[in-house]
Design a protein. Sequence first.
Length: 233
Amino acid sequence: MALKKITIAIDGHSSTGKSTMAKALARRIGYAYVDTGAMYRAVTLYALRNKLIKGETVDEKALKEHLKRGDIMITFRPTKEGKSVTVLNGKNVERYIRSMRVSNVVSIIAAIGFVRKAMVKQQQAMGKDKGVVMDGRDIGTVVFPDAEMKVFATASAEVRAQRRFDELRAKGDTTTTFEEVLENVTERDRIDSTRKESPLRQAEDAMVLDNSHMTIEEQNEWLYNLYLSRVRS
Ligand code: DC
């Protein structure tokens, strides 16, 4: 008997490795993977490049116009290595959307109601046929409140900052300090959890995954077992 196709929502704090675990699970079970954080990052990159953000102030009127005109097209493209990259208006922007320049202001863009509305609409379209693993902040609460499997990932702020710091160093960033990264992680938690529009919160029916002291293998097994329990029930 073919296993039923479900929708998998993985939400949680930043730098908990949500995308790593979501990607691994999607590959293992043959589902599509959608990184919704990358979509907010791509809008942020677009806004920065078009000077629609100055300091912490966003020209919301202009941004709304650009979105409405269809000037901000975000898609995902598979690479030859079996990875997926974020594409903004036809160009691979994967590298740029992960920079500190984008990380520092993405929470401000992600807090804007009309930006969220536009992204949620696209995400719902991407997942309409199920068989998708989507990671973000509001997937189990807003985008797919009826998802059959919901996970809320978390870990201590220090563990998360260390992971992001190691990532930046591995990418050749030798200037950003651990303290700066920790501050960015803490500040993003605060903005994400206290914003008016779809604040980050755990859905009532989500399973909590605290991976502060878990290996990647342990967490992958945890997720896979949860998936099996959901498709067999
Ligand atoms: O997961 P990430 O760090 O790439 O997310 C980038 C930002 O986008 C982060 O500040 C939270 C926000 N975000 C959101 O508000 N809703 C989502 N579904 C995904 C990300």
